[in-house]
Design a protein around this ligand. Sequence first.
Ligand code: GMT
Length: 377
Amino acid sequence: MMGLKIGITCYPTVGGSGVVATELGKLLAERGHEIHFITSSMPFRLGKVYHNVFYHEVEVNHYSVFKYPPYDLALASKMAEVAKREKLDLLHVHYAVPHAVCAYLAKQMLGGSMKIVTTLHGTDITVLGYDPGLSEMIRFGIEASDAVTSVSHSLKKETLSLLKVEKDIKPIHNFVDEREYYRRENISLKQAYGIEEHEKVVVHISNFRGVKRIKDVIHTFAGIARKMPAKLLLIGNGPELTSACELVRELDIADHVLFLGKQDKVADLFSISDLKLLLSEKESFGLVLLEAMACGVPVIGSNIGGIPEVISDGETGYIVPLGDVEQATELASALLEDKEKHASFSLNAVRHVQSHFASEKIVSEYEALYTRVLEEG
Ligand code: GMT
């Protein structure tokens, strides 16, 4: 395929959508495309220098006439400027609002010929889509895009039924970079955290928003810790962190829970973990499940959103009804106690990621979509 010039806009510093957009940009660059990140700050996963990856910062001026600094207008203007100067073939934006709407504005500023690909990640639909003040705008952003993808079939279904859009939405699952996510031996890290060799390690990573139901994670772990020596790694930061600390104290399991805050090199932490819990009430995909499985960590997730598309129930982990802490505890304990079963789940998890979510496969799907959009003229 001929090298394309692609603009990418995402929220660069937080969350799975920023990770996916950045990783996609890196892998596209490695395949010979020229990538222009148009974002408010440097994408945090960029890692190294690429000769064909550029970063264009969106600067928002704080003029006193504006009560609210106009980020959306600054972004649209930067998109138009970069697209014109660099002769971009298309803009790939992550999130319908505001990014698809800004891209549409940039397109109009350029005379209407630039192509827009929009990827829906979840929060733009499953949270913002329910806000009557925003839903029309989200629908507009979707319809105005030349192609729209969703990170799961479930998100596509929810978008179609909630927003009644007519646009064809193509589900393209998320992926992980296999060069970063693999299991490595790291006994010294375990020791450094004061985790004994015989202790089981349960892990949860999120932005600690209400939708992640951290309390269910803590209650499930408390049940596990009553049955076997175990530690819980809580990784991340967010609004529910304080109440999570309180619950840990109330349940008298403070000696078993390590709050690690935000961490970048999570593959190292997955490599010392035996089980990952993601018991959210909303999750369009659950990228962390993929990251954990790629590192050979079996996962337990709730039966909502895109989670059942990621976990192979009874093979790479388990899917439990939302809020069913008892079932999660029972399945987790049984798996952690059964060495043979755990080893086979661990192997299945790695293989499942390789066969369904390989970066090669997923990036090719995006490339095919770009080609189609550009051929449509
Ligand atoms: O989960 C979050 O709160 C962050 C959010 C984001 O915008 O980064 O994640 C969404 O996109 C991820 C990448 O596609 C998905 O793996 C997450 O499931 C999705 N979050 C929700 O749907 C709540």
